[in-house]
Design a protein around this ligand. Structure first.
Ligand code: NAD
Length: 291
């Protein structure tokens, strides 16, 4: 397929290269000067999408996506798939999809989980909103860039699935970290805590697969001085998106709001910027009830 790829950052670059390695003709564009082996380089976004059957975007946020969409949609050929893999707010995803559909395109919002490692290894999970025919057309590309693509329904539902999942993740990570910090103060050994909780009703992905305590459970960023992994900054972005969506949809999400406030303090006022999101454990360990 002839593919245009816009946004060649930490995630987009390896995704574009995997598509090229998979035998597709990929032309990339980024506002930063980025040249990638196997990927053609365009001097503008409109040049990158010219004649493309699928256009992939992997951009920082909803405002940038809206701006790029307004520029490229008129330049795209009718019937092409507009595959946005960025994590953005549900409203922007739905607005861009409507604009694309009106122009005769097949829009899909398909945010990913799996991080930079998943992008490099072609093992991402895609959560996809949009029509079935667009999903079917993009399926061979999901198979190259990822290991799983779940069709979640109408436009915006991919973003909805992503932020709901990550809201659960942020909340369970905080719960796991504060429980470890309490266990420490009660004199309970961290390994014993893991052995009990990981096989009991308090278990979760945060405890069992991504344990925030160094030296306990499977290898995780905690064992690498909390280098990300999944940065606390990105968790804060996703929690903010979840709370913006909750506001629009009039949903009651008190723990999501509390998790957002804690990650905001951690990233913006404390030492959380650039650290893995599981570094909430040393944060809680260093505090007492009044701090
Ligand atoms: P990044 O900042 O590394 O990459 C974004 C790229 O977009 C940059 O290269 C930037 O120059 C480019 N860009 C910005 N404005 C542009 C424009 N107008 N036209 C063309 N290019 C433009 O970010 P990333 O880590 O690659 O993340 C991309 C998206 O994926 C984000 O929405 C993020 O939330 C999501 N995501 C990231 C991760 C992760 O672990 N990094 C995991 C899951 C989802």
């Amino acid at each position: 397929m002839k593919i245009g790829f816009i946004g060649l950052g930490n995630m987009g670059a390896p995704m574009a290269q995997n598509l090229a390695r998979g035998g597709h003709s990929v032309t990339g564009y980024d506002t930063a000067t980025i040249s990638l082996q196997g990927v053609g380089s365009a001097s503008s976004a409109t040049e990158a999408v010219d004649g493309a059957e699928v256009v992939v975007t992997m951009l920082p946020n909803g405002d940038i996506l809206r701006r790029v969409a307004a520029e490229i949609i008129p330049a795209m050929q009718k019937g092409a798939v507009f595959l946005d893999c960025s994590t953005v707010d549900v409203d922007s995803a739905r607005a861009v999809a409507e604009m694309a559909r009106d122009a005769g395109l097949l829009p899909l919002d398909a945010p990913v989980s799996g991080g930079v490692g998943g992008a490099q290894g072609g093992t991402l999970t895609f959560m996809v909103g949009g029509d079935e025919d667009g999903f079917e057309k993009a399926k061979p590309l999901f198979d190259i860039m990822g290991q799983k693509a779940v069709h979640c329904g109408a436009s915006g539902n991919g973003q909805a699935a992503k932020i709901c999942n990550n809201m659960i993740l942020g909340i369970t990570m905080i719960a796991t970290c504060e429980a470890f910090a309490l266990a420490d103060k009660l004199g309970l050994d961290r390994q014993a805590m893991f052995d009990v909780v990981s096989t009991s009703s308090g278990s979760s992905w945060s405890m069992n697969t991504y344990c925030p305590a160094p030296g306990v459970g499977p290898k995780s960023p905690a064992d690498n001085d909390y280098k990300p992994g999944f940065a606390a900054d990105l968790m804060l972005k996703d929690l903010r998106l979840s709370q913006a969506a909750a506001e629009t949809a009039d949903a009651d999400t008190p723990l999501g709001a509390a998790a957002m406030a804690l990650y905001a303090a951690f990233v913006e006022e404390e030492d959380g910027a650039g650290r893995d999101f599981s570094a909430m454990l040393p944060r809680f360990s260093g505090r007492g009830r009044g701090s």
